[in-house]
Design a protein around this ligand. Structure first.
Ligand SMILES: Cc1cc2nc3c(=O)[nH]c(=O)nc-3n(C[C@H](O)[C@H](O)[C@H](O)COP(=O)(O)OP(=O)(O)OC[C@H]3O[C@@H](n4cnc5c(N)ncnc54)[C@H](O)[C@@H]3O)c2cc1C
Length: 476
């Protein structure tokens, strides 16, 4: 369906078409349609055009036109974000700026251990390119086949290897971005030391497109993996899972992934994702997926992990364990973890909370919060999965017996308030790695300390006084 456009939008689209050509300016509603709803399909927007630049110069041109005509832009990468940050407003009052055609790797330097990738490079493509030269970009997550470097940087994404390598904030060495006035910030030299005051790069990381359009990113690389061992363990409780993590970390420095999975999530994956099977024969209330890696070809990583898990079994920390015997099995174990969100989506309605609390408090938080939510809303199913070692869990509440077309409207807000209040009381964050976007903005405003909100607003106003960068997102 064609979207009604304002006069200003029509002028921008006409001028952009004239200057940049039809490859950059798409107005066919059929081509725009797949990109105006969020990944979970919960928020629906509209845009009169999809602008797809293929160079920084074209982005500059578009931002200048947006300034001149006072038309807001919504930057978008792979549209896999979990907070509807890349979804335009429903009234068509902003224009989608797709960065997917900016998809070149500008350089990979083994000497500097740096890659410079344009914003639209898909994460899996970067993984392949760095692997080909014996290096590795260590951040990875379930959406790696479609999420982009620009989106990952803009949401300060985390993923499954944060335990060892940190989030995008730790892995980005510099950013190139077109700022809201059309000027270009160039921070791609990847300097290890640079103390010239405020870091614009760090400000743009996690800014969710509200302070500028990221066009390229310098990324830190590490040596390629020479060997990895992946294991699936069955345990009694999140407490035991944390005990296992600390047990392993005390004996080896090779652990880089440690993911908590409740039996309930595993059941959903086995039900909805074709070709999956449980690694263990018996049922366990909880599971931990462990990945150990080494860059040393001489290391015997599988034997080391096997020995440690045997000791953990003997000490009663775990109930059972399976070590992947080859790469295909290792991938199959990871698939069980990576497809939890997809399986939940297939099952029905889910309220997702991406939360963090101090690591040591997380096991108690998961069980207490799930019990409280299920007691307050009998029939819903609450549980947490994910990055236990980072103190970050995806605390999800499924509709269960409450499933109905208006469940989100009827109970969504009350459940979200309850979870977010529990998180805040525990000294945690209502967004650990997914950002604020539009879905968490009201909660952020309700719960963040006034000083934090004031600083955010002041920065936004200083850098984007016309409000053309992703309005209605992040900043309350
Ligand atoms: C199956 C699945 C698993 C996931 N697992 C994890 C996980 O483990 N950890 C985690 O942290 N996240 C996870 N995510 C969400 C994650 O945030 C996104 O996958 C990724 O960071 C977003 O990249 P994208 O290119 O899709 O960005 P989009 O969704 O397109 O955009 C996200 C935000 O960034 C902005 N943006 C995008 N590109 C630019 C740019 N070039 N310049 C300025 N702003 C821009 C958008 O405006 C929006 O605000 C998962 C998502 C899925 C679907």
């Amino acid at each position: 369906m064609a979207v009604r456009m304002t006069e200003a939008e029509a002028r921008l689209i006409e001028e952009a078409g004239r200057k940049l050509g039809p490859k950059v300016v798409v107005t066919d509603p059929k081509e725009i349609e797949p990109w105006v709803s969020d990944w979970r399909g919960r928020v629906h927007g509209a845009s009169p055009a999809l602008l797809s630049p293929s160079s920084t110069e074209e982005v500059v041109e578009i931002v200048r036109l947006a300034c001149e005509h006072h038309v807001p832009l919504v930057p978008q990468g792979g549209n896999t974000g979990m907070a509807a940050g890349a979804t335009p407003p429903a009234d068509g009052s902003a224009i989608l700026l797709s960065m997917r055609r900016m998809n070149r790797i500008r350089s990979i330097s083994a000497e500097n251990r740096l890659a410079v990738a344009e914003a639209g490079i898909v994460l899996a493509t970067l993984h392949e390119a760095t692997h080909d030269v014996g290096l590795r970009f260590p951040l990875t997550l379930g959406a790696r086949g479609s999420c982009t470097i620009g989106g990952l940087t803009s949401t300060n994404a985390g993923g499954t290897q944060v335990l060892k390598f940190g989030t995008m904030r730790a892995l980005v060495a510099g950013v190139e971005a077109v700022l809201p006035d059309g000027s270009v910030h160039t921070g791609l030299s990847g300097l290890k030391k640079d103390n010239r005051g405020y870091s614009l790069d760090q400000l743009l990381i996690g800014a969710e497109g509200t302070l500028g359009v990221i066009t390229a990113v310098a990324l830190r690389l590490v040596p390629a993996i020479a060997g990895r061992a992946v294991a699936w363990t069955g345990l009694d409780s999140p407490n035991k899972a944390l005990e296992l993590l600390r047990f392993l970390e005390a004996r080896t420095s090779s652990i880089e992934g440690f993911e908590l999975v409740p039996q309930d999530s595993l059941d959903l994956v086995l039900k909805h994702i074709p070709g999956t099977r449980s690694p263990l024969s018996g049922k366990h209330l909880w599971h931990a997926l462990i990945e150990a890696t080494t860059a040393d070809p001489a290391a015997t990583i599988a034997a080391e992990l096997q020995g440690l898990l045997a000791a953990a079994l003997q000490q009663g920390i775990i109930g059972d364990a399976a070590l992947a015997s080859n790469e295909a099995q290792a991938e199959a174990f990871w698939k069980l973890r990576d497809t939890i969100s997809e399986a939940e989506r297939a099952e029905g309605q889910t309220l997702a909370h991406d939360i963090s609390v101090p690591v040591a408090d997380m096991p108690a938080f998961i069980t207490d919060a799930a019990a409280k939510v299920e007691a307050a809303f009998p029939g819903v199913v609450a549980s947490g999965f994910g990055h236990l070692g980072d103190g970050n869990i995806h605390f999800h509440v499924r509709a269960g017996s409450h499933a109905s077309p208006d469940w989100y409207e009827a109970e969504g807000e009350r459940i979200m308030h309850m979870v977010d209040d529990l998180v805040t009381a525990a000294g945690g964050s209502i967004s650990a790695e997914h950002g604020i976007g539009q879905l968490k903005r009201a909660e952020f405003a309700r719960l963040a300390p006034p000083g934090r909100i004031h600083a955010l607003r002041a920065i936004k106003q200083a850098l984007d006084p016309l409000g053309i960068m992703n309005p209605g997102k992040l900043v309350p």
